[in-house]
Design a protein around this ligand. Structure first.
Ligand code: SF4
Ligand code: FES
Length: 382
């Protein structure tokens, strides 16, 4: 009987997600099928990481509605399901962003994830590339109903390169999978249960092995941060560049984050889902030597600018090479006069002069404040 079923089973399953039909191999999760469709249809994920075996099923961010289970059994599934942990069936119909229930549930999930997460984005090193920050903006509510005190932990240096700020951890388990799957020894895990659950090293043992830095890359929030980079720069002030070097431990293909000639940090290269990219069929995890010890531009062969695909402030205004500037008409409109005060205030105004006290300027410091022709005196000449 089982043989007959196998023989009759189609080679590829057709699944319709938000009215778009794709074909995927049997055994594919709804989430990976949705990523094949791409864009907003792909549910957000906070714990699933396709490169880490067994990940997913912890955060419920990826909930979807199954409107029809399969061609053979088209009944809808009674509850929303975690798309990272539910496999597609042939003829399945799934609703992601087209389902009111899903959008509402995502709001609830964000609220739950934020129960114990501090709203300290302005001082968090992960700001600008935090998946929880993105998730809250895209799927969260504007207000919180939570009135109780959040969990607080002391910051802990786990090894020479990584700092754990447990207060920000959302218990996604990704870092423990990294420890299990790509380092030789696992020295940390999740201790205790429920409200008391926390990441910790056993008997405060330091995490110190060649690939431990990858935990920083997979941590979706600012709970695990790079001690060689913490608070040195905001990520959106840095220029990400693809670079490589010959490394005998890892693929040596990285993104370096520069300001001028200075390399502020080195990370693995991430794809549009925020996951480490594959090279030659293998995940491009990078070793600690490349990540923490090679901080000179001359250590690297620069390949070119790195495009950051996620909707991130990091991408804003970095590379203007393909920007098409519109024809500038202001000078023509103004009879040949250059629009100095209007368009180039910092080159001509006194705002940057150390002798001018901004607090002494009446009203906002606009170009008018410094226009001597309108009869007003500059504060320094009073
Ligand atoms: S420290 Fe980061 S990666 Fe580890 S469980 Fe917490 S949120 Fe996830
Ligand atoms: S991403 Fe599916 S449950 Fe977390």
């Amino acid at each position: 009987m089982a043989e007959e079923v196998k023989k009759d089973a189609p080679q590829m399953f057709k699944v319709t997600i938000d009215n778009i039909t794709v074909e995927v191999a049997p055994g594919t999760s709804i989430l990976m099928a949705a990523r094949k469709v791409g864009g907003d249809v792909a549910p957000p994920t906070m714990c699933f990481y396709s490169k880490l075996k067994g990940s997913g099923g912890k955060c419920r961010t990826c909930l979807v509605e199954v409107a029809a289970g399969s061609t053979a059994d088209p009944r809808p599934m009674p509850k929303l399901v975690a798309s990272c942990r539910t496999n597609v069936m042939d003829g399945m119909v799934v609703k992601s962003i087209t389902s009111e229930k899903v959008l509402d549930a995502r709001k609830g999930v964000v609220e739950f994830l934020l129960l114990n997460h501090p709203l300290d984005c302005p001082i968090c090193d992960q700001a600008g590339e935090c998946h929880l920050q993105d998730l809250s903006y895209e799927h969260g509510k504007e207000e919180t109903r939570y009135e109780f005190q959040r969990r607080l932990f002391e910051r802990e240096d786990i090894g020479p390169y990584i700092q754990l700020h447990m207060t920000r951890c959302i218990l996604c388990y990704r870092c423990t999978y990294i420890a299990d799957q790509i380092t030789n020894t696992r020295m940390h895990g999740i201790l205790d249960r429920g409200e008391h659950a926390q990441i910790s090293t056993y008997i405060s043992k330091a995490i110190d092995n060649d690939f431990s830095g990858n935990m920083i890359d997979v941590c979706p929030v600012g709970a695990l941060t790079d001690r060689t980079f913490r608070f040195k720069q905001r990520v959106w002030f840095l220029k990400p560049l693809n670079a490589h070097r010959d490394c005998d431990k890892c693929c040596g293909k990285v993104t370096i984050w520069n300001r001028g000639d200075e390399v502020f940090r080195v990370t693995a290269r991430k794809d549009e889902w925020g996951e480490v990219e594959d090279f030659d069929g293998k995940t491009g995890w990078i070793c600690n030597t490349c990540r923490f010890d090679k901080k000179k531009t001359s250590d690297w062969v620069i390949e070119g600018p790195r495009k950051i695909n996620r909707h991130s402030v990091i991408s804003a205004n970095h590379y203007l090479d393909d920007l098409k500037r519109p024809h500038e008409t202001i000078a023509e409109v103004m009879g040949g006069r250059k629009p100095k005060l209007l368009m180039d205030i910092h080159a001509v105004s006194e705002v940057n002069k150390p002798t001018v006290h901004l607090s002494e300027i009446e009203g906002p410091a606009t170009s008018e404040v410094f226009n001597k022709e309108n009869g007003r005196l500059l504060p320094e000449t009073k």
